[in-house]
Unconditional design. Structure first.
Length: 366
């Protein structure tokens, strides 16, 4: 008799998740079967749930996952750090798998833009192997996925965001070349923004300024090392721009990083920059996020605009190393600040949507 596992199935925007059993079968060649121990809700998951971005139905959402290897298919070799994978290993992996053959994979070394890319949490669950998202008892890892082993000293709460949020910010910090003496402004203080503060500090940024509208997040930003915080709810857009520019002498910030998901902040951020400044758009993941920009200002101020989406597998390793090395320096565990059983996934998504929590963790029944 084929055994089964439970999944909270996404059946459409703003619809209750449907608890459904799927068959659990041995992994195929180069596949790994993982028993999920925790999945966390990313803001892009919330956008799918709210209907702001397309996700196939039915599907199993979730692309920040940690679990234990239950079975290995033939041909599975080493993880990204050259370590042999074994049954019982605690692991996470890249949020996507790629073809390894297209121009982006084989020539440009940007597999995160693979022409045939597929992302965990974005694949129909009515086709085998069914379990390809985090909010379930199991998840299969398919070929051309980068895997890393998680050291035992890291808790699930510290380790789960390593699959998406942390390596994304590692990629962002690299893309806008944050370095010594830079003044960096973070627009949005969810998990990505708070990690952005820590990563900018790691790169020896001179000043880090944080912007949000939730007091608890502004308080957390100071714990993570922000020099100044600004509550966007307490001043007009013009006053906020002026305040940030005053805090970044002589002529504005070197780097602005958008991780709030609101395209309306992008023109404000550009106005906060010095001439020659760099701006990263990272949180605006929903389609049709249009905004009006003054092209002449971008030209005359020599502003560099960079979009950052997904990350290179090397950034997964860098993210793991950063978390492991800074576990005692920052309250990383507190960023996953609420935990829900799988059957309460609707409640968790609602809490995330209303910004009541920074990162909600989903734990399957044992």
């Amino acid at each position: 008799m084929t055994r089964t596992g439970m999944a909270a199935t996404f059946v459409g925007p703003n619809q209750p998740f449907v608890m459904k059993k799927y068959p659990v079968v041995p992994p195929g060649p180069d596949q790994v079967l993982v028993q999920v121990t925790m999945g966390t809700i990313c803001r892009s998951d919330v956008s799918s749930w709210e209907g702001k971005r397309y996700n196939p139905t039915p599907s199993i959402l979730g692309h920040e996952i940690i679990g234990v290897i239950e079975d290995l298919g033939d041909g599975v070799g080493l993880d990204l750090q050259g370590q042999e994978l074994r049954v019982g290993d605690r692991i996470t992996w890249t949020e996507f798998f790629y073809c390894g053959k297209c121009h982006y994979c084989s020539v440009l070394d940007t597999p995160q833009k693979c022409l045939n890319i597929q992302k965990y949490g974005h694949i129909p669950s009515d086709q085998e192997p069914h379990f390809l998202g985090g909010f379930a008892d199991y998840c299969y890892i398919l070929p051309h996925t980068g895997i890393v082993r998680i050291p035992n000293n890291l808790s699930d709460q510290e380790a789960t965001p390593i699959m998406c949020g942390v390596p994304t910010m590692v990629s962002v910090i690299e893309s806008v070349s944050v370095g010594i003496d830079d003044t960096v402004v973070i627009q949005g203080l969810g998990l990505l923004g708070l990690y952005g503060i820590a990563l900018a500090r790691d790169k020896k940024a001179h000043t880090v300024i944080a912007i949000d509208s939730v007091k608890a997040r502004l308080d957390m930003a100071e714990i993570f090392g922000a020099d100044q915080v600004f509550d966007a709810n307490k001043m007009s857009a013009a006053d906020l721009v002026a305040a940030v520019r005053d805090a970044c002498p002589p002529d504005g910030a070197d780097v602005i990083i958008e991780v709030c998901g609101d395209p309306a902040v992008i023109p404000q951020g550009i106005d906060m920059l010095r001439a020659g400044g760099r701006y990263a758009i990272t949180g605006t993941v929903s389609p049709n996020a249009t905004v009006k920009l003054d092209a002449n200002r971008i030209l005359s101020r020599m502003v560099t605009l960079t979009g950052v989406h997904n990350y290179h597998p090397k950034h997964l390793v860098e993210a793991l190393n950063f978390v492991n090395q800074n576990q005692s320096k920052y309250p990383l565990k507190q960023l996953v600040d609420a935990q829900y059983p799988l059957q309460n996934l609707d409640i968790a998504f609602n809490d995330m949507s209303e910004r009541q929590v920074i990162r909600a963790a989903i734990v399957p029944d044992k």
